[in-house]
Design a protein around this ligand. Structure first.
Ligand code: PSU
Ligand code: MN
Length: 307
């Protein structure tokens, strides 16, 4: 059996699936603690795991618990993360060494989930939205560590694009510079999380899970070392009217600026503000798009094991 990293614990179920070459899908935990309120966060995380199973793959929710890097956590542990919410440290790459050394808990962002998934030998990961280049980054330099991770860690991230709390144009430019493929799943346009469209056209569109899995396989065989983004638009029935959501986002961004919110608090602050402004509409859309991504990720994982 593979000699895993000394700080890593892989659940029995995930270890067995990996050993047998079964499809596995990684899931993040910051979306649980920082992305949604309790109890919807726990309910969603458990539903997402079920959705992965229903579509033929094994889920591995990823987190840091008492300094251990975990690939595959229990329903009790998901509940613990959901209840503690913002009191858990949001852990990106820079935070991992100290959290592990001091045996703390950490919620895995997209960057950290990619790192732990890769250590565990999991290549496919589903979430809601990735971090990116924030609006005003030309002054604040607020660029999510998620983008740099995509540049250097070979994990595929299936998401609903990115929220327009970010500068989506600059986010795409950054990923292009770093050589990260951004594949539109049955779309020519980058989806903007709550909406199917953003106005930003993509370089690549693929229409089947098989084509996506095969593209990722080639990227691995070429040993590029970088990740891949699969942008999967929110189902039409759950999309939010773009005028409504853009107004909410613009107001939230303005309020964050006035309140002096910065650094890693920015994304959770904006998500909560948008939820308040839309009267919970954004939360329902968020839940639906994560489920939609989990389904596609499981389908891709099922094709990937055949490559
Ligand atoms: N975008 C969302 N929901 C989220 C996040 C991003 O729509 O929950 C979380 C993810 O965990 C992502 C992190 O990795 O926020 C990015 O934070 P930052 O912008 O501080 O890098
Ligand atoms: Mn940031």
């Amino acid at each position: 059996m593979k000699n895993y990293n000394e700080y890593l614990d892989i659940s029995d179920e995930v270890q067995e699936a990996l050993a047998k070459g079964k499809p596995v899908v990684a899931l993040e935990s910051t979306i649980i603690s920082h992305g949604m309120p309790y109890p919807q966060n726990v309910d969603t995380a458990l539903k997402v795991e079920s959705c992965v199973r229903e579509n033929g793959a094994i889920p591995a929710t990823i987190a840091i618990i008492k300094g251990r890097l975990k690939a595959g956590i229990s329903a009790e542990e998901i509940d613990y993360f959901g209840k503690k919410g913002l009191a858990i440290t949001k852990a990106s790459r820079r935070d991992i060494p100290t959290i592990v050394a001091t045996k703390q808990d950490g919620a895995a962002t997209v960057a950290t989930t990619m790192i732990i998934a890769h250590l565990a030998g999991i290549g496919i990961f589903a979430t809601g939205g990735i971090g990116g280049v924030h609006r005003g980054a030309e002054v604040t330099m607020d660029i999510s560590a998620d983008l740099e991770e995509l540049a250097k860690t070979p994990v595929m991230v299936i998401c609903a694009g990115a929220k327009s709390i970010l500068d989506l144009g600059l986010t795409l430019e950054y990923l292009e510079t770093k050589g990260v493929p951004v594949i539109g799943y049955q779309t020519k346009e980058l989806p903007a999380f709550f909406t199917r469209q953003s106005g930003f056209m993509l370089n690549t569109t693929l229409n089947t899970p098989k084509e996506i899995a095969e593209s990722f396989y080639v990227q691995q065989k070429l040993d590029f070392g970088s990740g891949m983004v699969v942008a999967n638009p929110i189902p039409e029935a759950h999309a939010i009217d773009s005028r409504l959501i853009n107004d909410a986002i613009n107001n939230a961004v303005k309020k964050a600026k006035e309140a002096g919110i910065h650094g890693k608090d920015t994304t959770p602050y904006l998500l909560n503000e948008i939820k308040e402004i839309t009267g919970g509409k954004s939360l329902e859309a968020n839940i639906q798009l994560v489920l939609n991504n989990a389904k596609l990720a499981a389908q891709i994982a099922c094709e990937y094991v055949k490559c």
